[in-house]
Design a protein around this ligand. Structure first.
Ligand SMILES: [Zn+2]
Length: 113
């Protein structure tokens, strides 16, 4: 499950930060996960619970923001908003969309104490 390895990476980043700026625990982790990042939110939440066990982030709340993705339709040339990779072009119904935005996954904020 690739969401789990993403979460383990995330925990590594958090523990790294704890070395520079000592804190006892992480209260909230705010993430931006683009709609086209290819990440399943439920799997991500589950992966985080697993990866955070026994770490500073064990009881952290995961807040996930999901901006819609942007894609260019290769059939009609329109720039459209899409929520997942399987969605057709809302202009022409074509399925040849190239993602332009919304593929990011990053930590926006860590609330620590
Ligand atoms: Zn189109």
């Amino acid at each position: 499950m690739h969401e789990l390895s993403l979460c383990m990476e995330l925990i590594r980043v958090i523990e790294d930060q704890a070395r520079h700026q000592p804190f006892r625990r992480v209260r909230t982790v705010r993430l931006v996960v683009g709609a086209l990042a290819g990440v399943e939110i439920e799997a991500l939440r589950f992966g985080f619970t697993v990866a955070a066990q026994g770490t500073l982030a064990e009881s952290a709340v995961l807040e996930i923001e999901q901006p819609p993705g942007q894609a260019v339709c290769l059939d009609c040339g329109a720039v459209v908003e899409v929520r997942d990779r399987e969605e057709p072009c809302p202009q022409c119904g074509g399925y040849f969309l190239r993602a332009r935005g919304g593929t990011e996954l990053r930590v926006v904020e860590l609330e620590v104490e």
